[in-house]
Design a protein around this ligand. Structure first.
Ligand code: ZN
Length: 419
C-alpha cells in the first residue's frame, strides 16, 4: 500500500463544507477534457491537459476534484445526447411511470428537470399531459429537446435561475436531477436552488453514481474533469441538510455502474418520514468505513493494478497478431485510455452511434471514431467495450461479431473477455 501524499501546490477547500483538502483519494495524472472530441482540423494543434487529482474531505468525506475548468467551458456545447442509449431511455420511461403514480401527478402538476439534456426523460411526462420545464445549459442538446415539444430553458441552474423560474412559472411538485449533482461546482448554491423551486410538499429526486460502487468495482474511469464530486449517501445528506432539505428515501439502481436515487423534501414537511431502507443504507456505509479516512486510501492501489493488468492483456493480444477495435466513445473511455496510455498502438479505432462524435478523434489518444458499420467492414478480433455500464446492451447489438470469431473485452472492474 502506498502512503497518501499531502497535497502540494495551491490549497483547495471542500466544495461541500469548506474544510481545506489534504488527502488524496487517487491521482490519475494529466488528462484532456473527456468530452472535447478532436476534429480532423484540430489534430495538429495543442491540446490542453489538466490534473485528474481527486481528494477526500476529512470532515464530510466528500470525494472531489478541483474545478480545473469552469462548466461554461465544458457544458455549453455538449456531445452527450441521452437519447442515443436504449437502456437509458428505458430507465427514464420506467421512472416516469413509477413517480407519476407514487406522487399522483396529473395535468395540474408541474415537473422540472435540471440538466434535462435532449428531453429524453421529460418527453414521457409530456406524453401523460403533465406540464414540464427542462433546464439545460448546453444549447445544442436543449434545442433538440425544444424540437420534441419539451419546453427547455437554456441556463445553468443555481439560486439565481431558481428565483427567476419561481417568479415566471411558480414552484414545482417534482424536481428531477439525474447525473448532474456530480457536475456542479457550487454544490450548495445548486441544492439551495432546488429548495427554492420546490413547493412546500414537493419532492426532489436525485440520481448519482454511488461512491461505494466506484470503490468496490474499481470504476476509476468514471472520474473525469466534468465530474467534480463523488457521493456516498452520508456525504450527500450533509449537502441537502445544510440547505434545509431532508432525504426521506433512497433506492439503489443499476444505472451507470450502480447509482443511488435520493428522495428529498423540505425539512419542515411533516408528511414525509424516513423509510427503513434509508436507515439501512446509512448503517451499511458506516459499517463499510465511509466515515473513516483510511477506507479511502486503499482505492489508488487497485487502480494501478488495473492499469498493469489491462496493459498486459493488450500487449499479449498484439503480440499474437490480433486486432482490437473499440466500441463507444464515452467520457469514461477517455479517462481509462489516457491514464493507461492506450492509443492507436493498441486500439485501431472506435465506433459510436452518436453522429456528433463520428469523424472525430478521442481527446488525448486521438483514436478515430467511426459509425458502427466500420466493425463489419474491418472484423476485428476483439471489440473493447468502453461504456461498460451498457455492456449487455452492446453485446446484444453486436452479437454478430461472433460470426467471424470476434470476442468482447470489458475493462472494468478488471479485464474480462467474453467469447
Ligand atoms: Zn467537506
Amino acid at each position: 500500500m502506498s502512503i497518501p501524499k499531502e497535497s502540494e501546490g495551491i490549497q483547495s477547500i471542500c466544495r461541500s463544507c469548506g474544510t481545506p483538502l489534504h488527502h488524496t483519494f487517487v491521482d490519475l495524472g494529466m488528462s484532456p477534457l473527456c468530452e472535447s472530441y478532436v476534429s480532423p482540423e484540430q489534430l495538429n494543434a495543442m491540446e490542453p491537459f489538466y490534473p485528474l487529482h481527486v481528494y477526500v474531505c476529512e470532515n464530510c468525506f466528500l470525494v472531489q476534484l478541483d474545478e480545473y475548468v469552469s462548466p461554461e467551458n465544458i457544458f455549453t456545447e455538449y456531445a452527450y445526447f441521452s437519447s442515443y442509449s436504449d437502456t437509458w431511455l428505458d430507465h427514464a420511461k420506467t421512472y416516469v411511470a413509477m413517480i407519476s403514480e407514487r406522487l399522483g401527478l396529473n395535468p395540474e402538476s408541474r415537473v422540472m428537470e435540471v440538466a434535462s439534456n435532449d428531453g429524453y426523460l421529460l418527453q414521457y411526462f409530456v406524453e401523460r399531459n403533465i406540464p414540464v420545464l427542462g433546464i439545460e445549459p448546453a444549447a445544442n442538446v436543449a434545442r433538440v429537446a425544444q424540437g420534441k415539444g419539451v419546453p427547455t430553458l437554456i441556463e445553468f441552474f443555481g439560486q439565481e435561475t431558481a428565483r427567476t423560474i419561481v417568479e415566471n412559472q411558480g414552484q414545482a411538485d417534482l424536481i428531477i436531477s439525474n447525473n448532474v449533482l456530480a457536475q456542479v461546482p457550487d454544490l450548495n448554491d445548486f441544492v439551495a436552488g432546488m429548495r427554492t423551486v420546490l413547493k412546500p410538499k414537493g419532492v426532489i429526486t436525485v440520481e448519482f453514481p454511488h461512491l461505494q460502487r466506484l470503490i468496490e468495482e474499481n470504476q476509476f474511469d468514471t472520474i473525469y474533469h466534468e465530474h467534480f464530486s463523488y457521493f456516498s449517501l452520508l456525504a450527500a445528506e450533509k449537502v441537502f441538510a445544510r440547505q434545509g432539505l431532508k432525504i426521506f428515501d433512497v433506492e439503489e439502481l443499476k444505472t451507470h455502474g450502480g447509482s443511488l436515487r435520493l428522495f428529498a423534501g423540505h425539512e419542515e414537511d411533516a408528511s414525509k418520514s424516513a423509510t427503513p431502507r434509508l436507515a439501512k443504507l446509512r448503517e451499511r456505509e458506516r459499517a463499510l468505513g465511509f466515515t473513516n479516512l483510511a477506507t479511502y486510501f486503499t482505492f489508488a492501489d487497485g487502480v494501478k493494478e488495473t492499469k498493469r493488468k489491462l496493459l498486459e492483456f493488450l500487449i499479449a493480444v498484439k503480440r499474437a497478431g490480433k486486432s482490437v477495435a473499440g466500441y463507444g466513445a464515452p467520457g469514461k473511455g477517455n479517462t481509462l485510455l489516457n491514464y493507461c496510455g492506450v492509443r492507436t498502438d493498441f486500439i485501431d479505432f472506435t465506433v459510436d452511434r452518436n453522429p456528433y462524435k463520428q469523424g472525430k478523434f478521442l481527446p488525448g489518444t486521438h483514436i478515430p471514431i467511426f459509425p458502427p458499420g466500420k466493425i463489419d467492414e474491418i472484423r476485428p478480433d476483439y471489440l473493447f467495450i468502453l461504456p461498460w455500464n451498457f455492456k449487455e446492451e452492446i453485446m446484444d447489438q453486436m452479437a454478430r461479431i461472433r460470426k467471424w470469431g470476434g470476442k468482447f473485452v470489458v475493462p472494468i472492474p478488471q479485464v474480462t473477455v467474453y467469447p
